[in-house]
Design a binder for this molecule. Structure first.
Ligand SMILES: C[S@@+](CC[C@H](N)C(=O)[O-])C[C@H]1O[C@@H](n2cnc3c(N)ncnc32)[C@H](O)[C@@H]1O
Length: 250
C-alpha cells in the first residue's frame, strides 16, 4: 500500500504533494494477508471467534503500522526538529534519508543552510526508494537548492571530520544486522559532527545500544525517549524511540 504525502510549509504535516512511500512494505502486506486468511478461515475451522479475534488483531496491527509510517513518524520528526532549536544556518546530515521525509523537513528549517542525505536506496526498507524520488520530493517542496543526495553506506561516510552541525537518522540503523556495523554508524556520525553538534536518532530497537555507543564516543547529554503510540509500527515491540546527544566539545 502506498500513499502520497506532503509536508506543508506551515505545519510540517503530511497532506498531499510529495511521495514518501511506506517503510518496509512487506510488513504491512503480511498484516493484510494475515487478516484476509483469518477471516477466510473463520466460517470453516471449528469455532469462528478465535479466527475473528486473530483477524481483528492483524487488522489493528495493519492500521497502527500504516499510521506510524504515513503520519506518525512525520509528527515525531516535526517535534524532534523543533527540539533541536535550529537557527536556520545549519548544515545537516540525514543518515539513511530514503525518499527524503526527514531531509525535506530539515531543509525547510534551514533556509540559509544545507542538508545532505546518504542512502543505499533499498526498496525492501521503503517502497519506491531511490535517489530520484528523494530529489523529486525536495523539488516539490522548493528546497532542492539546499539538498544534496549521496549513494553510500551510513557506516562509512565520505565526509570530512567536523562537517555538520546536526546529524539525524530515522528508522535506519535497526536495518543493519551486524552490531559492529551499527556501532560504525554512530562513530561515523560523531566523527562528521562539529564539536557540540547534535545527533538525533529515531528508530525501533537498539536504543540502549545507540546510547551506549554515543557515550563511549564521548557524546554528552545523551537522552533516550519513547515516542508514544504514533510511533508504533504495528505493536509495542516495534515502537520508535529517540536517542539524542551532543558530540564532545573538545
Ligand atoms: C525505513 S527507511 C527510512 C527512510 C527515511 N529515513 C524515512 O524515515 O523515511 C530505511 C532507509 O535506510 C536505508 N539503509 C538501510 N541500511 C543502510 C545502509 N547501511 N547505508 C545507507 N542506507 C541504508 C534504506 O535504503 C532506507 O532508505
Amino acid at each position: 500500500m502506498r500513499r502520497d504525502l506532503t509536508i506543508s510549509p506551515s505545519s510540517g504535516s503530511p497532506t498531499g504533494r510529495e511521495h514518501y512511500g511506506v517503510d518496509a512494505p512487506m510488513v504491512p502486506l503480511s498484516f493484510a494477508a494475515a487478516t484476509v486468511v483469518f477471516l477466510a478461515l473463520a466460517p470453516f475451522v471449528g469455532l469462528a471467534w478465535p479466527w475473528l479475534t486473530l483477524a481483528a488483531a492483524s487488522a489493528l496491527q495493519l492500521a497502527l503500522y500504516l499510521h506510524a509510517s504515513l503520519r506518525g513518524k512525520f509528527r515525531i520528526w516535526e517535534r524532534l526538529l523543533d527540539d533541536a532549536d535550529l537557527t536556520g544556518d545549519e548544515r545537516v546530515l540525514d543518515l539513511g534519508c530514503g525518499r527524503g521525509a526527514v531531509t525535506v523537513a530539515a531543509a525547510r528549517r534551514v533556509p540559509r543552510g544545507a542538508v545532505d542525505g546518504v542512502d543505499l536506496w533499498r526498496s525492501v526498507d521503503q517502497s519506491g526508494n531511490d535517489e530520484e524520488a528523494a530529489r523529486a520530493n525536495a523539488v516539490a517542496v522548493g528546497v532542492s537548492d539546499r539538498v544534496q543526495l549521496h549513494t553510500g553506506d551510513v557506516g562509512d561516510l565520505s565526509f570530512a571530520d567536523n562537517t555538520f552541525d546536526v546529524v539525524v537518522s530515522s528508522l535506519v540503523i535497526h536495518n543493519i544486522h551486524d552490531q559492529a556495523h551499527r556501532a560504525s554508524v554512530i562513530s561515523e556520525g560523531l566523527r562528521v559532527l562539529k564539536p557540540g553538534g547534535r545527533f538525533v536518532i529515531a528508530d525501533i530497537d537498539h536504543a540502549r545500544e545507540y546510547a551506549a555507543a554515543l557515550r563511549s564516543g564521548g557524546a554528552t547529554e545523551v537522552q533516550v525517549t519513547r515516542l508514544g503510540l504514533r510511533g508504533w509500527f504495528g505493536n509495542p515491540w516495534f515502537r520508535m524511540t529517540s536517542v539524542r546527544a551532543r558530540s564532545a566539545t573538545s
